[in-house]
Design a protein around this ligand. Structure first.
Ligand SMILES: NC(=O)C1=CN([C@@H]2O[C@H](COP(=O)(O)OP(=O)(O)OC[C@H]3O[C@@H](n4cnc5c(N)ncnc54)[C@H](O)[C@@H]3O)[C@@H](O)[C@H]2O)C=CC1
Ligand SMILES: CC(=O)C(=O)O
Ligand SMILES: [Mg+2]
Length: 620
């Protein structure tokens, strides 16, 4: 009701202007000089201050005349490449002159320089990011984005995205109309309660939503005018932030229970009312809420939880790669013994998905599902989880080991990670604990007795300092034959004798952009388990046998746009197969069904945004 009243009270001319502006913005952004122009309704300095349309020194002279820009810019008209060369020279100069400081200082300085470019010229920002993804993903994404979030209240200059707070209850239906774009394809939302492995960062967590959406644009080619980072500020339980007078968020403890749920419910209703086709990615919600919110919304809204579902898919792809790296067929996966350290949203998401994958390989029936469970040993902050655990988390309950069973192995409730590794001799040791160095010398020494010919170590916690071990530790302690993956990037290790120990990056960035893009282009109303499984299988199949045998189980980030295209196409095809696809724009469901695999790839590619300046024409 409040929403209807508000809409009525807005003057119709304002709504018309809003719609006209949004329509202009929603036009294809990939046109170049000479092709169909983009109509803009602003001129002069207003256009220079609009990062969606600004081209800076690249405005041609005719455009400068057309848009009243003559004299507002230095006279030399630059090509896109010249602009980038100038920007990069500046960025590199900083890198050289800041060589004395700790490496983090350089990384944060680079984040600031890139952030300022993002604020003034989006096209150029994304061109720099796409063309140098290997170098700058670790800046706009993990690990540096973690540091940026920790310091966000100080770094904040210009607003980006939307903030919905506990103080906005009852207002969200109208607030969503404050966002200038009539079309939003992708929202990444966080409540800041568990940012990477850095804990509760409150409102400062918006940095992670921005970083994830940067990858949506760079990897999936989602139009940057149609992404929306969102922070839901329900308070923070971080006492340091609560005491900080410069903290930008609500200075109150987090809402809980029904109060908390009512805020998230209102937000979901509001965004899906204004943008019925939007996809919402939940990011870095503490486990306590991650599973509950996923269950609450996944059958009604187009949403997924990246930490639970995206991470699970990336882990499955890596685990299957590790089986192949042993020279064994993937169908041997159900024989792998897997020790998982961390029973939060990510760890439990992985064991659930891995169990289902094993069960499918074993015949996809109840007994297969039951027996697959016995391949996992889950260890959390209190040690090995068994059925003797008091107040066990319901999500972890299915993986609690039977006390008699572990007794036979010489283990007990709460056994330490080192003891578990010693007794189980696992094929895989996977960390999603957020505890840097958890895979200590003792744990890694124990893994030397693994029953696998090539034990695999997944130190998946972020950012870098939270990795359970480094690749150098893994290769030097366990041996050259080990398979290694980490959540944040590490360099390969020189093993001597011309041999390289490959350091893979096992991060959900290889899946979430493709899951989002595939869902968008299929028009599926929900994101099914099958669509997520198709994404994971596609990533697993991306790696060639010779790469996998060489210990390379994930692709290089330099191919992320290509991988994302493949993943998105796999998601579209699965949505079609499950009869969930309702089509997108001119591509209706029937036509989607008739596309071959190759045609689906072409369809996806055609719908990916590229960072080219459009030709701008002013209209009153
Ligand atoms: N590589 C990737 O793509 C992803 C990595 N992550 C990382 O995973 C980590 C965990 O994320 P969530 O599961 O959401 O966090 P969470 O806080 O929900 O769970 C952490 C879990 O680790 C356990 N833990 C704490 N100390 C431990 C110890 N000494 N030994 C064994 N377990 C211990 C806790 O009991 C808890 O079960 C974070 O660092 C996050 O950055 C999360 C998602 C994706
Ligand atoms: C990668 C990611 O989503 C995380 O560390 O939370
Ligand atoms: Mg996350």
């Amino acid at each position: 009701m409040a929403f209807l009243e508000l809409r009525r009270s807005l003057s119709s001319s304002f709504l018309l202007r809003l719609r006209a502006a949004a329509l202009a913005r929603s036009r294809p952004y990939t046109t170049c000089e000479g092709s169909r122009p983009t109509i803009v309704h602003k001129r002069s300095v207003d256009i220079l201050h609009d990062p969606w349309f600004n081209k800076g020194t690249a405005f041609s002279m005719t455009e400068r005349d057309r848009l009243d820009l003559r004299g507002l810019l230095p006279p030399n008209v630059f090509t896109t490449q010249q602009q980038i060369d100038r920007f990069m020279a500046d960025l590199k100069r900083f890198q050289v002159s800041a060589r004395d400081g700790p490496s983090d200082t350089n990384a944060l300085a680079k984040w600031r320089i890139l952030n300022r470019l993002h604020d003034r010229n989006e096209t150029m920002y994304y061109k720099v990011l796409i063309d140098n993804i290997e170098e700058y993903a670790p800046i706009v994404y993990t690990p540096t984005v973690g540091l940026a979030c920790q310091n966000y209240s100080g770094l904040y200059r210009r607003p980006r995205g939307m903030y919905f707070s506990a103080a906005d209850r009852g207002e969200m239906m109208s607030m969503v109309y404050n966002w200038p774009a009539d079309q939003v394809d992708m929202i990444v939302v966080t409540d800041g309660s568990r940012i990477l492995g850095l804990g509760d960062l409150g409102v400062q967590g918006i940095g992670i939503a921005i970083g994830k959406l940067d990858l949506y644009v760079a990897a999936a080619g989602i139009n940057p005018q149609r992404v929306l980072p969102v922070m839901i500020d329900v308070g923070t339980n971080n006492e340091k932030l609560l005491k900080d007078p410069l903290y930008l968020g609500l200075q109150q403890h987090r809402l809980d229970g029904e109060d908390y749920l009512s805020v998230i419910d209102e937000f979901m209703e509001a965004v899906f009312t204004r943008w019925p086709n939007v996809i919402v990615q939940f990011e870095d919600f503490q486990s306590k809420w991650a599973f509950k919110l996923l269950q609450r919304y996944r059958d009604t809204y187009r949403m997924f939880n990246d930490d639970v579902q995206g991470t699970a898919g990336v882990a499955i792809a890596g685990l299957l790669g590790a089986v192949r790296a042993q020279g064994r067929p993937m169908i041997d996966f159900p024989k792998q013994k897997i020790v998982v350290a961390g029973a939060g949203s990510a760890g439990i998401g992985v064991v659930n998905a891995a169990r289902k994958t094993m069960a499918r390989m074993l015949g996809n029936n109840e007994s297969a599902f039951e027996s697959a469970k016995s391949q996992f040993w889950v260890v959390d902050a209190m040690g090995l989880i068994t059925e003797e655990r008091a107040n066990i988390d319901p999500e972890a309950l299915p993986f609690a080991r039977k006390i008699k069973e572990v007794g036979h192995q010489g283990l007990r409730e709460g056994a330490s990670l080192a003891e578990v590794v010693k007794k189980v001799k696992p094929d895989v040791l996977l960390g999603l604990s957020a505890v840097g160095g958890l895979f200590s010398k003792e744990v890694l020494e124990a893994l030397k007795d693994s029953s696998s010919t090539r034990p695999a170590i997944f130190a998946m916690s972020n950012p870098t300092k939270n990795a359970e071990c480094t690749p150098a530790e893994a290769f030097s302690i366990v041996g050259d034959h080990v398979i290694f993956a980490s959540g944040s990037p590490f360099c390969d290790v020189n093993l001597g004798n011309g041999k390289i120990g490959h350091s893979n990056q096992g991060n959900n960035m290889y899946l979430f952009p493709g899951i989002g893009l595939g869902t968008l282009l299929s028009g599926a109303r929900v994101i099914s388990d099958g669509m997520l499984q198709a994404a994971a299988e596609c990533l697993a199949a991306y790696m060639k046998d010779e790469e996998v045998l060489n210990g390379i189980i994930y692709p290089s980030i330099s191919c992320i746009r290509d991988i994302t295209k493949e993943v998105a196409a796999a998601v579209v095809r699965e949505a079609v197969a499950e009869d969930l696809a309702e089509g997108y724009r001119d591509m209706d469901a029937r036509e989607l069904c008739s596309l071959s695999k190759e045609e689906t790839l072409v369809y996806v590619q055609k719908n990916m945004w590229n960072p080219n300046y459009p030709n701008l024409v002013y209209m009153k």
